[in-house]
Ligand binder design. Structure first.
Ligand SMILES: Nc1ncnc2c1ncn2[C@@H]1O[C@H](COP(=O)(O)OP(=O)(O)OP(=O)(O)O)[C@@H](O)[C@H]1O
Length: 256
């Protein structure tokens, strides 16, 4: 991909917390496609997401969306400029209903592709639960709501941090279908994943993060079929079932 046709271009990005540098000259670019970032725990994946959306202020480098420089801007400005965020842990409001979560952004979404009704069409399960509070939802329903809320920004790029975390396999299927649907409509999705099986279903391009940089890129098939790559880059042990989880993923089995 040349910078000319990149939707998102990240160049030499640096960021950290106080004196500790976490992102250390990270670069990649992507178009209107899905791309996964995988890597061991603590390599800086969440920090990358937070730096892209403005929750962590970069200390150097550039983030450009469709050519417009976004690094250093406030999170609200970056959201409106076109990067929506589905954060790790979903960050919903326990006392607000599904409807109330979505109606907060409904006015901005009016007349555009993604409205609350369109979100309910994508996730019929959410429509059935529309009057339930955030705290009453299963993990899968919460994740659908977090994705739905991000969609209402009608942004060209959605960043998702560990979307499959804690979800039952059937709900991961719903999520994978939704991401494919979005990409087919021209929305770009950048997804950070600990779960390699989920990562390769969500995206063909797999960027491997090591110590705050993108160290290598593989296709999903390459990563799934080459245990030595999994051991080297993802810390998947030789006794683990091939390609199930990177680092110390803890999940599955939650009620759908
Ligand atoms: N708020 C913070 N203050 C200080 N250090 C932090 C903070 N958040 C993360 N770190 C440190 O930054 C490094 C990268 O963390 P980050 O969460 O970005 O990695 P990650 O690849 O997403 O890991 P994980 O998969 O475990 O969430 C770690 O060493 C972590 O301890």
């Amino acid at each position: 991909m040349t910078p000319d046709d990149a939707l998102l271009e990240v160049r030499d990005l640096r960021a950290g917390y106080g004196a500790s540098r976490v992102l250390d000259g990270l670069s990649f670019s992507m178009g209107a496609e899905s791309v996964a970032v995988v890597g061991r725990n603590g390599m800086g994946k969440t920090t990358l997401c937070d730096a892209l959306v403005g929750f962590v202020r970069p200390s150097g480098g550039e983030v450009r969306l469709a050519g417009r420089r976004l690094d250093g801007l406030a999170p609200e400005t970056i959201a409106i400029a076109g990067i929506a965020y589905v954060p790790q842990g979903r960050r919903l409001f326990p006392s607000l209903t599904v409807d109330e979560h979505l109606s907060m952004l409904a006015r901005r979404a009016r007349g555009r592709r993604w409205t609350p009704d369109a979100v309910y069409e994508l996730f019929p399960r959410l429509a059935q639960r529309r009057r339930h509070g955030g705290a009453d939802l299963s993990g899968g329903e919460q994740q659908m709501l977090a994705v739905g809320r991000a969609l209402l920004l009608n942004a060209p790029l959605i960043v998702m941090d560990e979307p499959s975390e804690g979800l039952a396999p059937t709900i991961v299927d719903v999520l994978v279908d939704a991401v494919h649907h979005l990409v087919a409509e021209g929305v770009a999705v950048l997804v950070v994943e600990q779960n390699l099986r989920a990562a390769v279903r969500l995206a063909d391009r797999q960027l491997v993060m090591v110590s705050g940089r993108i160290e290598a890129e593989f296709t999903g098939d390459e990563l799934l079929n080459r245990p030595e790559l999994q051991r080297r880059y993802l810390g998947v042990g030789s006794t683990a079932p091939a390609g199930i989880a990177t680092g110390n993923q803890h999940t599955e089995g939650e009620r759908a």
